[in-house]
Design a protein around this ligand. Structure first.
Ligand code: HEM
Length: 446
């Protein structure tokens, strides 16, 4: 299905309409069911019928006004954070990530926590992580099986977990590393496995913390993280270390006070949950798309061999455009706001739609084609390329993720021939929150 035309601009003098933008006249449970199983079909069909701004109703979530027009998206991303709340909608995550998690905060508490977390993710820091990332990627990739079909996504998950353990937690090899890895893996299961999420929905976030299987996993991971924090606080080599935990120990609030253990625990787990699955899935999509286009894979290999980065960067940007792992981002309005000629009431959520923005044919001719070349000439636009969201909530790990993807893809294409295990392209399949390749990027390495 092709993306539809943009909404016709409204005359500037016209008063904003007080009603919500149009949307499917279906009962909320039906819209919710379609959204959870066939989100993209719903988005395309609505855009075809209603244009670049339409309303959907989702059970437990409320009213979402979807936005596909770059101007409307810009208005949301540059809007006042007191009016456009992102943390409120993530409330449920506080059960596992804690009250201090960047993901669940808004306004001042969000900005002060974000200020503490930004320096470790600054672009220049990435160079410091390059050696570690390359070593881990090379070691993992060398252990992958050759000549037989196998799914890349679980391998990419293992790899990105190792990279997070090392660069974020500052833990490498040995017994403590193995214990922490196991505990984090089990913890991640709570946030990505629909079966584990079920009790959360059934008995509610408040009571779930006391629920046996939840409690045990959280207690185990907490114990290990608090031990790591305590030891790191005492470490003599803190200044020489560049892992995120060590940098957070040295960070100071505006009033000069250090972060508490609890704050650090919440943010470390937030980084893990936000950065692990997303990066592993994006990497899997990059390979899935490349093996469908052997000539592009060959070009990538040749350029990497020559030490050139441009095509690698463009390949990553195009993968994140065509296969964004998160299809919308949400902001809940705390006050009425006029967008696109509508006066939207407080309480509704506006949703810059990553999926539709990335398929705008005026920005991306032949939007359904995988064409890294399109980014060689034109760099991605701030409001038309939004795989990492935008504004003061833009993904904290955007540079980290792209840097990591570059390292892993470079090591992979240098070492192996890669063929698809099945000639048919893999369909997009939603797992918990992320949009993944249906067969987990099944390939044969040579
Ligand atoms: C390809 C990989 C990734 C994708 C596609 C991705 C995507 C996103 C998106 C869409 C958001 C919401 C932005 C918004 O609401 O405007 C977000 C937020 C966030 N991401 Fe990522 N992410 C990725 C990797 C990472 C990594 C590697 C980390 C850290 C290690 C990370 C940490 C975060 C954090 C902390 C937030 C919350 C920011 C805030 O609320 O201020 N992400 N990410």
């Amino acid at each position: 299905m092709e993306a539809a035309t943009t909404t016709a601009p409204r005359p500037a003098t016209r008063a904003p309409e007080r009603r919500l933008p149009p949307g499917p006249p279906l009962p909320t449970p039906i819209q919710t069911a379609i959204w959870s199983r066939q989100a993209r079909r719903l988005l395309y069909a609505c855009q075809d019928r209603y244009g670049d701004m339409f309303t959907v109703r989702i059970a437990y979530e409320g009213i979402w006004v979807m936005l596909a027009d770059p101007e409307a998206i810009k208005q949301v991303f540059t809007g006042d954070p007191r009016i456009f709340h992102a943390g409120e909608g993530n409330e449920i995550l506080a059960t596992v990530l804690g009250r201090n998690s960047l993901l669940v905060l808004d306004e001042k508490p969000h900005m002060s926590q974000r200020r503490l977390l930004l320096p470790p993710f600054h672009g220049e820091r990435m160079q410091g992580y390059e050696r570690t990332m390359t070593e881990i990627a090379a070691k993992e990739i060398e252990s992958w099986p050759l000549g037989v079909p196998h799914e890349l996504r679980p391998r990419m998950q293992a790899l990105t977990l190792e990279i997070i353990l090392s660069t974020v937690f500052g833990v490498r090899e040995g017994e403590r590393h193995d214990q922490l890895r196991e505990a984090l893996r089990e913890f991640l299961d709570l946030t990505t496995n629909p079966a584990a999420l079920l009790p959360l929905l059934l008995i509610g976030p408040e009571r779930v913390r006391g629920f046996g299987p939840f409690r045990r996993r959280i207690d185990r991971v907490d114990g290990l993280i608090y031990r790591e924090i305590a030891d790191r606080r005492r470490a003599g080599d803190l200044e020489a270390r560049d892992d995120v935990l060590s940098l957070l120990i040295a960070a100071r609030h505006e009033d000069g006070s250090p972060m508490s253990d609890e704050e650090m625990r919440d943010e470390l787990l937030t980084l893990l949950v936000a950065g692990h699955e997303t990066t592993a899935t994006s990497l899997s999509w990059a390979v899935e798309r490349l093996v469908r286009h052997p000539e592009k894979l060959e070009r990538l290999r040749a350029e990497v061999e020559r030490g050139r980065e441009e095509y690698l960067t463009a390949t990553i940007q195009e993968t994140l455009r065509l296969r964004p792992v998160i299809s919308i981002v949400l902001r809940k309005l705390t006050e009425p706001v006029e967008i696109g000629g509508y006066e939207l009431p407080a309480g509704v959520s506006v949703a810059p739609c990553v999926y539709l923005a990335h398929r705008n044919p005026e920005v991306y001719p032949e939007p359904d084609r995988f064409l890294p070349e399109r980014f060689l000439e034109n760099p991605p636009g701030t409001y038309t390329w939004i795989p990492f969201g935008g504004g003061v909530r833009r993904c904290l790990g955007a540079q980290f993720a792209q840097f990591e993807m570059a390292v892993v893809l470079r090591e992979l294409v240098r070492r192996h021939e890669i063929r698809p295990a099945d000639p048919k392209p893999e369909r997009i399949f939603r797992r918990a929150i992320t949009e993944t390749p249906r067969h987990n990027a099944k390939v044969i390495l040579g």
